[in-house]
Design a protein around this ligand. Structure first.
Ligand code: MN
Length: 251
């Protein structure tokens, strides 16, 4: 039976990486695409709670919504497919999602929502802010999708974050690194004399620790980072035990 593949993104329906991804996945199964109607980069895992969620079919099996990537996945899996989705691919994002970016990224959140719903999911991004090679990233995404669909046991509470640099010479499993941003808040004045602020930090550098996503991409490798849904810091249990011991914590 043909597999059901769900595509979402956070760059919206005109995102440059959307069509190349849809096209390559068509060879692996029935592809349905549900994306935000506008760019939602940086939306992280936000969901729509206080206004109606609306969806429009643009062409067969391509829908846009007024929601976030997490909304799109939640709606598609629960309402359209009643859970019967074999794979979710979020992307191809225009620009890298490395290190701390995974916290802010709407692309990564699309895959995370898929994992929360118990479905094998991955996010995929081109590693250049401009001039990314979406066709090459689509080939990589197709290969990973094929492999995930062939796995006897789907990913469980784990999802993948994939970054594809232009001209990649191989692939590596990596850990989440640390990206450093210029934290300055830019202050400007609008034509009416009112001050406004620009919060988007400029990327300055990444700490080049061996084995991280940042290092892999800067060395020209596709970075594949397995991410866990469980953010518990297990190795702190011993050190923090005294916080909750009876003699200390009895209210
Ligand atoms: Mn984006």
């Amino acid at each position: 039976m043909k597999k059901n593949i769900l595509v979402t993104n956070d760059d919206g329906i005109y995102g440059a990486g959307l069509r190349p991804l849809m096209k390559i996945l068509e060879s692996l199964g029935n592809v349905t695409t549900v994306v935000p109607d506008q760019e939602r980069s940086g939306a992280s895992h936000s969901i729509t709670l206080h206004k109606p969620f609306r969806i429009h079919e643009v062409e067969p099996r391509l829908f846009f919504t007024n929601g976030t990537p997490a909304d799109c996945v939640k709606y598609a899996v629960r309402h359209m497919f009643k859970g019967k989705v074999d794979l979710i691919v979020s992307g191809i994002n225009s620009g890298p999602n490395l290190g701390n970016d995974v916290v802010y990224s709407g692309t990564v959140a699309g895959a995370r929502e898929g994992a929360m719903l118990g479905i094998s999911s991955f996010a995929v991004s081109v590693a250049e802010l401009a001039n990314g090679d979406f066709d090459q990233a689509a080939v990589v995404a197709g290969r990973i999708a094929d492999n995930l669909l062939a796995m006897a046991v789907p990913l469980c509470r784990v999802y993948l974050n994939v970054n594809v640099p232009r001209g990649a010479k191989g692939m590596m499993l990596t850990a989440v690194g640390t990206r450093i941003y210029d934290e300055k808040v830019a202050c400007r004045t609008d034509p009416r004399g009112k001050k406004y602020y620009w919060l988007a930090g400029r990327f300055v550098s990444g700490k080049h620790h061996e084995g991280t996503d940042i290092t892999a991409v800067s060395n020209g490798f596709v970075s594949v980072t397995p991410l866990h849904l469980d953010p518990t810091a297990y190795n702190e249990f011993n050190r923090l035990g005294h916080l909750v011991r009876d003699d200390n914590a009895t209210p």
